[in-house]
Design a binder for this molecule. Structure first.
Ligand code: MSP
Length: 673
């Protein structure tokens, strides 16, 4: 008997006669924090491909989900004082809310805490064990006793625990390992001789870093691929190993299996494995390429299951070239952007910017410029000008007489040749190139308006047939471009179809044919599909939003902790510090700095300038007239182009910093001893 969901050769024959299938997946994301523009990119890209394939007539399965087990989640939940399950439930809701906001149409959402997935992972683990690919050994690593955590050498910060900064010790714990060696050669071939990995250029890096092949003097090839630790006993938030329950399955076997368990592999929840496996595309960013390029194929080889067809690896979205992180306050929030500029504009921008395999630096300026240039001025203008001219010259309905003219053939060739090119790019997961190609038609059509000058034709009664042809050709070009774009911008394109009278005929099949709209098509003027954005105003508004968001994030941290004590110092050292009193004469914000205030002080001998990073806690005039304490002999330091001579003393309090003020009876210049 064939176990639940597994491949049965007889069934395979039947499937071959059915509708073509297409299976695409995103990574399952860690619900350890809110999703940001990076997670949004992968999901939007997969959604667009899934929509395109549905448009092409495929029976599509688009899977996304969340990877909810592991030590980090367990710790985060503990910090918050809730159970891990409650903790992940809350964040998963935010992921789902974002996907609905971004108009993501997934077919299935898997959570690794779903019962059916847990059941399958346990069976997969056992099967790998029974087949001899999983064995018991000892996990050796750096252990932080107070945190009860193992770390790898590379995770340590200055050789210490990255969480608490304390010393770590060499330690080992019992663990299960997955044998990688039997698969090394096949994996090398998969990466270097097939088109599994996209882009292929990453294969060498993977082979050299992880497979580490070497040939001895007799020509025998060996690999340095290490076995993978696949269980832990030091935390409990995971899938228990059925035959050794003090162990939980360590993340990757649990996480990677999702791509098959979601189809019903080794469980009775779904019966889609035969239909959709092997996956057509797994899309991931480079951070988890190794797991998908090496470990996942090895697991499937061990299970004797077919390998996925393609692994598409994209780069990172960085912010102005820097990695996005909560502590840097540069995490781009898709909710904020989508609400201000429309979800489709954001979808378009991120897909247009990211080339497969390369990083993409996010910047608000580039985003707004791109929306203005391509969407508002390019496509939006083309639609509104065309529809407005049909309204103006023909009362909204084109007459049926036509007259061909110069430039028509070229426009028609670009329009009818587009679908094939876009198909190719989507097939190869090169979405930026697909969009670039579609916008070549948009530019060509805008140029056609300049070439054919319909506003001049409109003045001449005898040119009406020519004018109707020009406007019709424009409508047809818009229909083709917007049909192909509808997979990428699914909310806005139906509005375009409505304006150009193409609601019934804007189909994929029609997108390489010209002359589909009826000759006497009626258009319907509507609102601008992509309104132009005032760049200066918006940049200012976005900067203000991000500034306001920063302290809020910090406020979520534990309110106040006593600072750690510093090592003892000799009295002589203390004596070196000159503490004095000064009166605040004036105070202002330092331009372009969120943190700094510039103080002009009367120090008893004259005026002195000191910059202090307390702008978040004080209005500039709040301290004017007050006596403060400061370090007078600190070496001067230039910040934001201003020299700061000394340091104003502040005390840490539960809600920020409070300047130490001194009684009025002490004159400026007085020493603190
Ligand atoms: N849970 C694992 C994946 C298991 S898949 C079997 C994981 N989760 S994650 O939440 O860290 O998600 C990583 C993925 O999120 C990346 O591979 C990428 O798809 C997406 N991105 C997260 N931040 C990103 C950027 N800054 N830029 C681009 N994509 C990013 O790893």
């Amino acid at each position: 008997m064939v176990p639940f969901g597994k491949r049965d050769n007889k069934q395979e024959v039947i499937i071959m006669c059915e509708k073509k299938t297409f299976y695409i997946t995103t990574p399952i994301y860690y619900p350890s924090g809110n999703p940001h523009i990076g997670h949004t990119y992968t999901t939007v890209a997969c959604d667009s491909i899934a929509r395109y394939k549905r448009m092409q007539g495929y029976d599509v399965m688009f899977l996304t989900g969340t990877d909810e087990h592991g030590q980090k989640i367990e710790e985060k939940a503990r910090e918050k004082g809730v159970t891990p399950q409650l903790y992940v439930d809350e964040i998963v809701e935010i992921f789902k809310k974002l996907w609905s906001f971004m108009n993501i149409r997934y077919d299935r959402y898997i959570r690794t805490t779903d019962d059916y997935h847990v059941e399958s992972v346990q069976k997969i683990f056992k099967e790998l064990y029974d087949r001899g690919y999983i064995y018991k050994g000892a996990y050796k690593g750096k252990y932080c006793t107070p945190c009860e955590s193992f770390w790898t050498e590379s995770q340590l910060v200055d050789g210490k625990c990255p969480d608490c900064g304390r010393e770590v010790i060499d330690a080992e714990e019992e663990a299960y390992f997955f044998k990688m060696a039997p698969f090394a050669e096949r994996i090398e071939k998969l990466l270097t001789e097939t088109d599994y990995l996209r882009p292929r250029t990453r294969a060498t890096e993977l082979v050299n870093n992880f497979l580490q092949p070497s040939v001895d003097e007799n020509g025998n090839k060996t690999y340095g691929l290490e076995d993978l630790c696949v269980s832990r006993t030091s935390f409990s938030w995971g899938v228990p190993v059925t035959f050794d329950t003090k162990h939980v399955v360590y993340v990757w076997i649990d996480a990677l299996s999702n791509y098959i368990t979601a189809l019903g592999y080794d469980n009775g929840a779904y019966q889609d494995y035969d239909k959709f496996w092997p996956a057509d595309v797994h899309m991931v960013a480079k951070d988890i390429m190794r797991f998908h390029a090496i470990i996942w194929p090895a697991m499937l080889m061990a299970l004797e299951e077919p390998l996925p067809k393609h692994l598409a690896v994209h780069g990172w979205i960085t912010f102005n070239g820097q990695k996005m992180s909560k502590s840097l306050g540069n995490v781009v929030d898709p909710f904020i952007l989508g609400e201000r500029y429309g979800v489709d504009a954001i979808r378009y921008h991120i897909m247009r910017e990211m080339a497969l395999g390369a990083d993409s630096s996010f910047s608000n300026e580039i985003m707004i410029n791109r929306i203005n240039t391509d969407l508002a001025n390019g496509l939006g203008n083309l639609v509104s000008r065309t529809v407005a001219m049909i309204d103006k010259y023909f009362g909204g309905t084109l007459p049926t007489e036509r007259e061909e003219g110069e430039f028509d053939a070229d426009l028609i060739a670009v329009a009818t040749g587009l679908k094939e090119k876009v198909d190719g790019y989507v097939e190869n997961t090169q979405l930026n190139l697909a969009l670039e190609e579609i916008f070549k038609l948009v530019s060509r059509a805008n140029k056609y308006i300049d070439e054919t000058t319909p506003w001049i034709l409109g003045k001449d009664e005898s040119k009406k047939a020519r004018l109707a042809s020009v406007l019709y050709n424009l409508l047809e070009s818009i229909r083709i471009a917007s049909t192909l774009l509808s997979a990428f911008m699914p909310t806005t394109m139906p509005k375009v179809f409505e304006q150009i009278g193409a609601t019934d005929c804007a189909t994929y099949e029609n997108s390489d044919r010209f002359g589909i709209l009826p000759l006497d098509v009626t258009v319907k003027r509507g609102e601008a599909i992509f309104p132009r954005i005032d760049i200066d105003k918006e940049i200012e508004a976005l900067n203000a939003i991000y500034q306001n968001n920063e302290p809020k994030e910090e406020a979520e941290e534990p309110a106040f902790e006593l600072p750690e004590h510093k090592p003892e110092i000799a009295f002589d050292d203390f004596e070196k510090v000159e503490l004095r009193v000064a009166k605040v004469l004036a105070c202002e914000k330092v331009k372009k700095s969120k943190k700094l205030l510039k103080f002009t002080l009367d120090d008893g001998e004259g005026e002195r300038t000191i910059l202090s990073g307390i702008a978040e806690y004080y209005e500039p005039d709040e301290l004017v007239g007050k006596n403060i304490a400061y370090v007078a002999n600190l070496a001067p330091r230039k910040m934001m182009g201003i020299e700061s001579c000394g340091m104003i003393l502040s005390a840490e309090s539960g809600n920020g910093l409070k300047v130490v003020t001194i009684d009025d009876s002490i004159l400026p210049g007085g020493s603190l001893v």
